[in-house]
Design a binder for this molecule. Sequence first.
Ligand code: UDP
Length: 240
Amino acid sequence: MRIDVLGVGFDNMTVEQAVAEGVRLLNTPGAHYAVTPNPEIVEVCREDAEAREAVNGADLVLADGIGVIYGAKMLGTPLKGRVTGIGFAQELMARMAEDGKRLFLLGAKPGVAERAAENLQRQYPGLIVAGTHDGYFQEDGPVVEAIRASGADVVFVCLGAPKQEKWMRKNGEATGAHLLVGLGGCLDVFSGEVRRAPEVFQKLGLEWLHRLAKNPGRIGRMMKLPLFLVHVAGAKGKKK
Ligand code: UDP
């Protein structure tokens, strides 16, 4: 059963459980997809029904962001812990490398996915990056075809939220891949373009603060976090 936080149902899993489920899905016929909503995306889902359907329609809904963990706790239905998109992706690639699985990288500015591919193949010997495509395309058709032709088992879809969630819901089946994962800005990190927050920030759940310091333009988006907590408090009040 999923744990509801303001209309988004989260799978209650540790990182290990989530990766095991990801591996199971990528070996199961048919298309599946995973999403990693943070409070900002939960707020988007409150306003955008299509985004909400795309997120809740996923086969795996992982709690990315310390805010979701706080929210679930405040509502009296705590989650086991945070499963960041990037951490999930790294563990999944390690497992894919062992099994010689094929990965397609979709998203970010031109050139970024290619650089990410080079780094990832070095970091995970045995992992096959079957293809890449930037995230600034007009038509889905040729991109879907490129993924299908690559024979990818897994696609990392990094178009930002909620675009990537809607894209996976609409196109997942046609790509022929078994697992698509919505991963926001991960390709920028894998390519070396953007550095991940130092470990101490990660451990304290303060990655958002590091990202804000590096890119103050994100403040508008980040104001969704206090709003999220206000909405959680309101929902808690109603529950009583
Ligand atoms: N992006 C893209 N196509 C678009 C819009 C965004 O490929 O039409 C990429 C963008 O270049 C960046 C990622 O999507 O690499 C979104 O990054 P952001 O930091 O906003 O994602 P978050 O992890 O915060 O969801």
